[in-house]
Design a protein around this ligand. Structure first.
Ligand code: NI
Length: 208
């Protein structure tokens, strides 16, 4: 009963962005379990577009990395830049395997096995860039599918949005480490570059 009231309250408060699925049975389920609401198509598209923008920022960062700079590190014990990128791809792979394993099909690994328990990161920048483009698409499609169908592997994530935001947050962290490595190597991204290739992707040009 309490859940039913909570569900109705959410309908009243949240109908700008959320709507119940049209099926009557699903609607009943959603009134009983208010967490089972799905975003409107418009909100879903915006959410996925925000992922594409963040993946574009990771891709833009590649433009600053040369063969020499790819060995730069953010700290003495940190991963070199090429490994930061390999790690981002590998992390997408790992959590996709928990969230939606079928989306792992069709793209490769950023770590190559060189011994029984020994893996070496790919250091070819063009190859890493292609891998990241493919896994960015896989994350988009897996999230889109989960939001549209309400179906995903429930073990690791309560909601597809948490999977997506986990990826965004993780990649922002490594974006900063790559930026720091570039700075320590004397190739800090300029404010103008960041304005055009990072922050400008989130807002209108004329905003402060
Ligand atoms: Ni990490």
């Amino acid at each position: 009963m309490v859940q039913a009231i909570a569900g109705d309250a959410k309908l009243a408060l949240g109908d700008r962005f959320f709507y119940p699925r049209t099926s009557f049975l699903l609607h009943i389920r959603q009134v009983l379990y208010c967490h089972a609401w799905v975003p409107s198509k418009e909100m879903q598209d915006t959410l996925l577009d925000s992922w594409d923008r963040q993946a574009k920022i990771i891709d833009n960062l590649f433009d600053l990395v040369t063969e020499d700079l790819k060995h730069a590190k953010p700290s003495e014990d940190g991963m070199p830049i090429y490994e930061q990128f390999a790690h981002i791809h590998n992390t997408r792979r790992f959590w996709l395997s928990k969230f939606s394993p079928k989306h792992l099909e069709g793209y490769g690994r950023s770590f190559v096995q060189v011994g029984e328990d020994d893996w070496k990161p790919v250091d070819d920048l063009a190859q890493l860039r292609d891998l990241l483009k493919a896994s960015a698409k896989a994350v988009h499609e897996a999230t889109d599918g989960a939001l549209s169908s309400g179906e995903w592997e429930k073990g690791a994530y309560e909601d597809p949005v948490y999977f997506l935001h986990h990826m965004v947050w993780h990649e922002g962290y490594h974006f900063a480490l790559v930026s720091l490595a570039l700075r320590l190597a004397g190739a800090e991204p300029s404010e103008e570059w960041e304005g055009e290739h990072v922050w400008g992707l989130w807002r209108f040009e004329e905003s402060p």
